[in-house]
Ligand binder design. Sequence first.
Ligand code: NAP
Length: 498
Amino acid sequence: MDQVKNYLLPPKAPREYGFFVDGRWHEGRDQFERLSPGHGVPVTRTAKCTPEDLNAAVVSARRAFEDRRWSGLSGAARGAVLLRVAEILRQRRDEIAYFETLENGKPIAQARGEIDHCIACFEVGAGAARLLHGDSYNSLGDGLFGMVLREPIGVVGLITPWNFPFLILCERVPFILASGCTMVVKPSEVTSATTLILAEVLAEAGLPDGVYNVITGSGRTIGQALTEHPDVDMLSFTGSTAVGRSCVHAAADSNFKKLGLELGGKNPIIVFADSDLEDAADGAAFGISFNTGQCCVSSSRLIVERSVAAEFEKLLAEKMARIRVGDPLDEATQVGAITTDQQNTTILDYIAKGKAEGAQLVAGGQAIDLGKGQYIAPTLFTGVSPDMAIARDEIFGPVLCSMSFDTIEQAIELANDTVYGLAASVWTKNIDKALTVTRRVRAGRFWVNTIMAGGPEMPLGGFKQSGWGREAGTYGVEEYTQVKSVHVEIGKRSHWIA
Ligand code: NAP
């Protein structure tokens, strides 16, 4: 790694990766070259896998599952491997963060913080492996005893997006492993490096061959084939609602594989007049700008009490203008590059649409030219009405739309006026309002007087069109199990045939 004081440089040559199946590295026939979105230089080359490579990966995961080399171990033994993974990740933290930043464009300081979260995911997964258990029914009468066993579901396909390539991976892998399942992972083609590095880490930690397999390539080809594969028992998909819908069709048309879906969001942040407005403005600026707004849980709809709306929007616009947008490898950068050209165009198109729809631009609203890479200034629109495209569509960029309310009922109605239900945040010093809003707004993750806080102990997932199922924590482990009811007769059978 090239390093000048606190400033890292892009690599002189791209790092090359094969794909990982059955505990071994394989070379792809073709390669995909990734250019860093912050610098426009090649940083990695990864394999373009074929359907045959995918089949080999599924066969490997199936064999590893059926011979019980992983699921047959005690929870303690599985947990010990996961704890070793956490240790190795600690040692490789800076290297993994570096490649995450190079491929994704996120600030290096943020990437390092995300790796710390990933380490915690493995530690929580280790505990969860030991604590996983079923249930018993001692209430079926003296003649019958009931046990409920939790068994691993089998071979899991895992498809992850480019916005948090390692973090989203690590919010799933330890919990899938804790359950005893095996897996085939397909990261986004543009951000595959850290998923491949995890293969090295897992192998070094002692994970048996065939339990974690990685195939790389584009979503439309290899990703789609994974969703359709008849020998995959469950698919965990994180990405857009549109592709999530195609996963549902693929599951129905193949083998009815179980689905875990973590999809899009258009998340409300509700600010009451009685909140600490400085805190709420800081939270709102962070909630829309963190990871350049390319977060499924970005708070992209500001719903602010009308009596303080003008004051709050002014405060927020001032804060947003002070956010440091810059080279992702600069330690001081708070907001880095937009990850893909396509996403850059999408965001700029929505900003143009917001202006055309008549919303008032009070912060940002333009691309920032740093001489290389693609950057967009954190943007705030005021005077937005709920029917505008910028208020309805998931933009997946640093674009915040402000709307106002007069009563708590209006605030709840506006917050729920979306097909999504991923996350929400409410800011107030009044406990009655905080709890009423929390109960009535339909979202899978809720923050009161904070935003995007949490740990891997807590479950993640969405209501409505934001998805199915939950990831992380004990809920996340249970998601990858199925329940078997066992009935045990006690004593002499009472005969049916006299
Ligand atoms: P995407 O286009 O749906 O891609 C997500 C993943 O699916 C990538 O690995 C992609 O591979 C793959 N893929 C694409 N087309 C596929 C197909 N037909 N069949 C199977 N897999 C396919 O989404 P994105 O643009 O990467 O990510 C942005 C979206 O993800 C946003 O809507 C965001 O809200 C959502 N997201 C949700 C969460 C959550 O936890 N709820 C977290 C992060 C992101 P390639 O990239 O290689 O094509």
